[in-house]
Structures are given as C-alpha cells and as structure tokens.
Design a protein around this ligand. Structure first.
Ligand SMILES: Nc1ncnc2c1ncn2[C@@H]1O[C@H](COP(=O)(O)OP(=O)(O)O)[C@@H](O)[C@H]1O
Ligand SMILES: [Mg+2]
Length: 270
C-alpha cells in the first residue's frame, strides 16, 4: 500500500522536536526526490553533518518494514549507511541515517555503474546473515506464490536485500545499498534473480542480464536451474499482483519483464 509522502513542515511539532534531540537544530530539511514507500524522507541540514531521515506513521500497515530496516542495520556491509538513531513519537516512527552524497544507479547496458553494482552485491553475498527474528524467510515469503512443491529450494543462509532497484543504490566512488525494508534469509542466487529483472527494465535482454550475472555473481553461476525456475515463476506472480493493484506503467512493465524472463529461463533447460 503506497504511503502519502509529507514534508518536514507537515510533521507534528512533537515529532520534529524529538528528531532535533537526536540531530541538533535542523536549519532546513528538504524532501528527497527518490523512493516510494516512506511517509517522510528528508535531508536534514544541521550545524553538523547532514542526516537522511525517513519515517512512516506508526499505525501504517508498512510500519513493520521500518522495524526490519532498523534491526538489520548493524549487520549490513560497511558500504551501507549507518542508522544513527530511531524515535517513535507523536504517531511517527523515524529513522536517522548518515547522509551519503551520491546519485541513483544507472543499470543501462553500457553503464559504468555495473562494476560497482557487482562489487556491492559481492560484498553483500559475503556478509554473514544475522540470526534475527525480524528477517523474512525466503521460503515463507514466496510460498503463497510458488505453491508447496519446490519452495524449499529457496532456503539458504544468505542475507538478501530483495529490492535491488536502481533507486535503492547510491553511487559515488562505489555503490551503497540502501532501503533495507525487506531483509530476507534465503538462497544466495535470489538477489541476482531479483536484480536481473531490474537490468531488463533498464534495457538488457534476458540473455544479456543472465550472462552479466553469471560472470559477476558466483551464486548465480552456481544456481540450480529448477530452483531458479521455481522462484522466477513465483516472482512473476508477485509482479502480476503488484500490477493488478496499481496499474502504474513501470509496474506493468516489470510484470512483463518477469514473464519474459520465465520464458527465457525455460528455454535454457532445453
Ligand atoms: N543515507 C542516505 N543518504 C542520502 N540519501 C539517501 C539515503 N538513504 C536514502 N536516500 C535517498 O532517499 C530516497 C528514499 O530512501 P529509501 O530508503 O529508498 O526510502 P523509500 O522506502 O521511500 O524508498 C533514496 O532513493 C535516496 O535517493
Ligand atoms: Mg527506496
């Protein structure tokens, strides 16, 4: 369910004051352009370093995503921005992060960001998965879409991001994975499988995206064909559902990519 985004000035005064107890006096706070799920997302300028603050109303159905995001933060690879504080007050759950100067990633076929993306994903895949109740479990998360047969193939011990869209990576001299709303424990190849659909969204063919991942992500090169098939079909159903609930063009496009990918992958078994 989308969250209506409000600006800093629209936050209840008590919430703003509670934030300033953490950040110091905020001279001004500008709403960031990217991102889709936070009720508020601002760069807070203070006498010290800027901070990135995101928040969601405590009673919103997606408030759980912020709990997960806060819980997993201490375990993320060093390139991920650190969570500095969390306050829950005046109806809001607010997270304050170190601010990264960077831009969203460009996944197009000739982009110079692709090596940085590979590096960030490798770093993540080598990160131990914490033992946290807040993590989603891959086989639970997709079971409704995959059906019982084969769902155990999604199990694994890797910490997964699962929403590797270009606006969830900030690029400067390296790539930083942000927006950890859906941290999941599962098979390592699930993240490259998710990423491939985003590469297709940016103009790669299914074959090229597959070849790129095979070359740069060891877990993808080692992924069992049947397991990827089971996940890909489940993920296509997820995108169908997303596109059914909201017919935004990019969602329809992603659902189409997911189906094209399933078709391509089937041909790889022949
Ligand atoms: N630590 C950070 N430093 C600077 N900008 C950030 C930071 N984290 C997020 N952003 C910017 O804010 C946008 C929204 O943040 P994100 O965590 O993705 O929230 P949402 O859940 O709304 O998608 C990002 O796409 C990025 O442009
Ligand atoms: Mg985001």
């Amino acid at each position: 369910m989308p969250v209506d985004r409000i600006h800093w000035d629209d936050l209840p005064l008590d919430a703003r004051r509670a934030m300033e107890e953490q950040t110091g006096l905020i001279h001004h706070a500008e709403t960031v352009a990217g991102g889709r799920n936070s009720g508020i997302a601002v760069t807070a300028h203070t006498a010290g370093p800027a901070q990135f603050v995101k928040g969601i109303p405590l009673d919103h159905p997606q408030a759980r995503t912020q709990q997960r995001e806060a819980a997993v933060n201490p375990y993320l690879p060093p390139s991920c921005p650190r969570l500095l504080w969390r306050v829950q007050t005046a109806g809001w759950d607010l997270l304050g992060y170190e601010y990264l100067v960077g831009r969203h990633a460009d996944y197009s076929p000739d982009s110079g960001d692709l090596p940085l993306l590979a590096q960030a994903l490798t770093e993540l895949q080598n990160t131990p998965c914490p033992n946290l109740n807040d993590l989603k479990i891959a086989e639970d998360r997709w079971s409704k879409y995959a059906g019982p047969a084969g769902i155990e193939q999604l199990a694994g011990d890797t910490l997964l991001h699962t929403d590797l869209a270009p606006h969830n990576l900030l690029i400067n001299d390296r790539a930083h994975l942000i927006d950890w709303a859906w941290p999941t424990r599962g098979a390592a190849w699930i993240d490259p499988a998710v990423l491939i659909l985003r590469l297709m969204e940016a103009g790669h063919t299914a074959k090229d995206a597959d070849a790129w991942a095979r070359e740069h992500v060891p877990s993808w090169a080692a992924a069992p064909h049947a397991s990827v098939a089971a996940f890909s079909e489940a993920n296509a159903r997820v995108w169908d559902e997303i596109a059914r609930h909201d017919s935004a063009d990019w969602k329809k496009h992603m659902a189409r990519n997911a189906h094209d990918w399933v078709t391509y992958w089937r041909t790889q078994a022949l």
